[in-house]
Ligand binder design. Structure first.
Ligand SMILES: Cc1ncc(COP(=O)(O)O)c(C=O)c1O
Length: 397
């Protein structure tokens, strides 16, 4: 996929997640820009893979972090003590959500939120079967990997968690396989790693109804597509459905590590007993990410959705004018650009980076690259990034 195998991190004692890391050396970051140790800067057109949705080093987020650091860091494992940062993060988040999602369990990452949801649906329904969908990506803990779709990525780690069935996504007949033995059905509201795949409204509302009919709980994974990425606060708002459980991460933390399982009080209190501490985590709800998250929720509420959509439309129309673009799939600023081959994608991503624009790959969709700029990217960076990408796609650079 990339040019040459190297071990730049390992040489400095850091484990590598790939043989081909970008290995950019970041000194600081602001708004849409990453500043590098060679004095140059790069436009982050992927928001740290959907995590820095309000731009890097947002002044209100960093101020809240500073203030919390001056008060206290970790004091006790999750759930034993009242910490005002947690209260504020919960209030700000729940204020954005429908009434049945009235309780939040904070964890440290998206995958942990998925594991929490998988455990909670088994715990509450006393059923075992968990259904997920082909094309889905949910993370890399054993639980989250087990409900993810990419078989190649799962094979070396078998056996994974049992009792899981992967159904055809966006397929009406598959819904019949959700039955009275099903504890929960997990789906990304809009699939990300599959290359930004938007389900039919009709399918997703039938999915919601089928879960209700059979008593299976509907879990939406909005770790990437939630928190503003698709042009509404949460992606399920596009489909007029409400899940039983909602998994969040990435942008939720405003740049800090954080995940959350949002559900109803009735369901979430099950983690408190039989067994007690049923999903205990030392650092879940850490006050510093919570302080950042409370501000991120406030920023989400204040987001100018018309501008987000205008930026999305501009990216879409500009790139669809390029002769080498085969398709562009988009909801808000959640975008996949299909070029027809992994080689072309590799050339565009590499050359854009050399020209100062950071794009990135999908794990399971090699013929497309992702775009997910900060929701508040300024016009100048937007224009600069787009003209670079167009030049590179059209091989003028
Ligand atoms: C849809 C989706 N679910 C789950 C995850 C896992 O989140 P994390 O990497 O924070 O564990 C990701 C991460 O990319 C994701 O995109």
């Amino acid at each position: 996929m990339h040019n040459a195998m190297s071990e730049p991190l390992l040489n400095d004692g850091l484990a590598q997640t790939t043989l081909y890391p970008l290995d950019l050396r970041v000194t600081h970051a602001k708004g849409s820009r990453l500043f590098l140790d060679n004095g140059s800067s790069v436009i982050d057109f992927i928001s740290g893979i959907g995590a820095s949705s309000f731009g890097h080093s947002h002044p209100e987020i960093t101020q809240a972090i500073h203030e919390q650091v001056d008060k206290h860091l970790h004091v006790m494992v999750y759930g034993e003590m009242r910490q005002s940062a947690q209260d504020e993060a919960a209030i700000a988040l729940l204020d954005l959500l429908p009434i049945n999602l009235d309780s939040v369990y904070f964890v440290n990452s998206g995958a942990e939120a998925i594991d929490a949801a998988m455990k909670l649906v088994r715990r509450t329904t006393h059923r075992q079967k968990i259904i997920a969908f082909k094309g889905g990506y949910h993370g890399n803990t054993f639980g989250a990997l087990s409900v993810s779709s990419n078989a190649e990525r799962k094979a070396p780690f078998q056996p994974l968690v049992g009792g899981i069935e992967l159904l055809e996504w966006n397929d009406h007949a598959s819904l019949e396989l959700i039955d009275e033995q099903t504890a929960g059905v997990l789906v990304e509201t809009i699939q990300g790693d599959a290359g930004i795949r938007i389900p039919d409204s009709d399918w997703i509302s039938k999915l919601r109804n089928r879960c209700t009919e059979t008593g299976a709980h509907l879990i939406l994974d909005e770790i990437q597509c939630g928190f503003g990425r698709t042009g509404k606060a949460f992606a399920f708002e596009h489909f007029q459905i409400v899940p039983d459980h909602l998994c969040l991460g990435k942008a939720l933390g405003g740049g800090m590590p954080m995940g959350a399982l949002v559900s109803s009080r009735k369901h979430l209190q099950q983690f408190a007993h039989s067994p007690s501490l049923g999903h205990i985590t030392t650092f879940g709800g850490h006050p510093v990410p919570c302080a950042a998250s409370a501000v991120a929720s406030k920023l989400l509420k204040q987001t100018n959705w018309d501008r987000v959509e205008a930026v999305g439309k501009k990216i879409e129309s500009t790139l669809l004018d390029c002769s080498n673009v085969i398709a562009l799939r988009r909801k808000g600023l959640y975008i996949a650009v299909e070029l027809g081959s992994a080689e072309q994608v590799n050339r565009v991503v590499q050359t854009c980076l050399e020209r100062g624009v950071l794009l990135f790959y999908f794990l399971s969709t090699p013929d497309a690259f992702r775009i997910a700029p900060p929701l508040n990217i300024n016009d100048e960076d937007l224009q600069a990034a787009l003209s670079t990408i167009v030049d590179v796609i059209e091989a003028r650079a």
